[in-house]
Ligand binder design. Sequence first.
Ligand SMILES: [Zn+2]
Length: 93
Amino acid sequence: MAKIIIDAGHGGADGGAQGNGILEKELTLKISEYMYDLFKDLGIPVTMTRTSDETISPTERVERVLGPYGNSSDVIVISNHINAGGEGFSYHC
Ligand SMILES: [Zn+2]
């Protein structure tokens, strides 16, 4: 059965994009929590790379992506980001 890793982009000292009173790291965590609950309710194995406002180095993030279920073809990784699109948002990549 497929297993899912949900990665909430940014976190802690890394806020990501910001604009209109919205901080990317907060929105990605809320979206990730929502997705986590949905997959959980469906009985699909799922974990998150972070569940709080936490700074994660790129190396640590990779470990958290590969750690729970390994590097396998039945693992689906969803990395949530809310990149800049319209006016009022700073550019972010
Ligand atoms: Zn981002």
